[in-house]
Design a protein around this ligand. Structure first.
Ligand code: FEO
Length: 403
């Protein structure tokens, strides 16, 4: 329960795992839990950077007490007001009467919107590059508007070159022992970081690019995000990954095929496409039944691969109901830089392929491959040939990109 880990001599990770929470932002499943990272800086002034979700407060406050006993805390820096980090503020203001809350003007305003009773004398409002002097550690602030809330900011310890990056560089997944990237096989967190990025931050590529540019001249020895691993070995790699994600660039050759099917015919079309892509040497082909896999995982996989093929049967003259939310979210996030293939089944009315074509017309950053293939009922030999041809057009594009 009192598990805390030193980042260095003065800075202690006091994060908490949350394995009970089933959903994040009420629509993203947390099958692997999540960690709310908080950091305690022991200096002439004692400072905490970011709190935790209210449901984990007891654990969190116990950790603080175990580390510093009854010692007063001078500051809590609120890099981000979303309740998974600010859920501790109300109780901390009561427990620590000398505590001051540090944030930018929007932070303070938004905390009050969330019902935090924060008198002016207990709020420290900071601007870009202001310095908070703790004694040995001089902290400064980089505003990160819309990464992913308007008030988001990062705190930078100019003394030890540590970036407390808030949600940026964070990931889903509880920390099962290790907290540093060099203590663990990072594959799991790479996937969960992409699921986090694509679903939470993905819409805001331009603001992410602006922040990356702003930080490009800042020396960073360690990135301490508010979720997931602390990065000290693979800093360059995760920044490069963020750069690609911010530009919605695929990071791997492959094709994601997502379909909605009621009686198996559209599913069979997906299988034909996938098999032919495999025949052409496309090794990463991932087929999702949109009814079976949560959209957050499908979304994350789409973020990874250059090829996307969407298929739907017809349902009440419209698209298959489980496909619509996915298309809506991709439209909302402005997906681009992908090759898109379209297929589906109309039976007697149609509607599914029509909706996917509208989707393709909306997202002008997608390059449509071939003509949409819409069949009636089971696949005829001619239709199978057309699907094979569509898969080959997709494979041709991907293979051409290898050069
Ligand atoms: Fe981790 Fe945007 O909250």
């Amino acid at each position: 329960m009192y598990c805390c880990t030193k980042i260095n001599d003065d800075i202690i990770w006091i994060g908490v795992n949350d394995r009970k929470t089933e959903r994040f932002e009420n629509y993203i499943p947390l099958d692997n839990g999540i960690t709310y990272n908080s950091y305690l800086i022991m200096d002439e002034k004692i400072c905490i950077i970011d709190g935790v979700e209210e449901g984990e407060n007891e654990n969190f406050l116990s950790k603080i007490e175990a580390m510093i006993g009854n010692t007063p805390i001078d500051y809590i820096i609120v890099n981000h007001v979303e309740p998974d980090h600010s859920g501790s503020i109300k109780s901390m203001l009561k427990i620590y009467p000398e505590l001051k809350v540090v944030g930018n003007a929007k932070t303070i305003m938004m905390l009050k919107l969330l019902g935090v009773d924060l008198p002016d004398e207990r709020a420290v409002t900071v601007k870009e590059k202001d310095i908070l002097d703790l004694g040995k550690h001089k902290l400064t602030f980089y505003l990160m508007p819309m990464v992913h809330w308007p008030e988001s900011m990062a705190t930078y310890d100019t003394t030890d070159k540590i970036l407390f990056s808030n949600d940026a560089f964070g990931s889903f997944g509880a920390l099962d022992g290790a907290i540093f990237d060099d203590e663990i096989n990072t594959d799991f967190f790479t996937d969960e970081m992409r699921r986090y990025y694509s679903n939470i931050v993905g819409k805001f590529g331009a603001p992410v690019n602006a922040v990356l540019k702003k930080l490009s001249s800042v020396e960073i020895s360690c990135i301490c995000p508010s979720h997931g691993l602390v990065w000290r070995k693979y800093i360059k790699e995760i920044i490069e990954r963020y750069q690609k994600w911010a530009n919605m660039e695929a990071t791997k050759e492959g094709v994601v095929i997502v379909y909605g099917s009621m009686y198996g015919h559209t599913a069979e079309m997906a299988e034909v496409l996938g098999r032919e892509l495999g025949n052409r040497g496309i090794k990463d082909v991932i087929i999702y039944d949109s009814s079976k896999t949560d959209h957050s995982y499908i979304f994350s996989t789409i973020w990874r691969y250059k090829g996307l093929m969407l298929g739907s049967c017809a349902h009440n003259n419209d698209i298959y109901p489980k496909m619509e939310p996915l298309l809506h979210k991709l439209e909302n996030y402005g997906l681009k830089n992908r090759y898109l293939g379209i297929f589906g089944n109309m039976m007697w009315s149609g509607g599914g392929v029509k909706r996917i074509k509208e989707f393709a017309d909306t997202l002008t950053g997608l390059e449509q491959i071939g003509e949409p293939i819409e069949i009636k009922g089971h696949i005829t030999p001619d239709e199978r040939d057309r699907l094979v041809e569509l898969a080959n057009l997709m494979a041709d594009k991907l293979i051409a990109d290898r050069k």
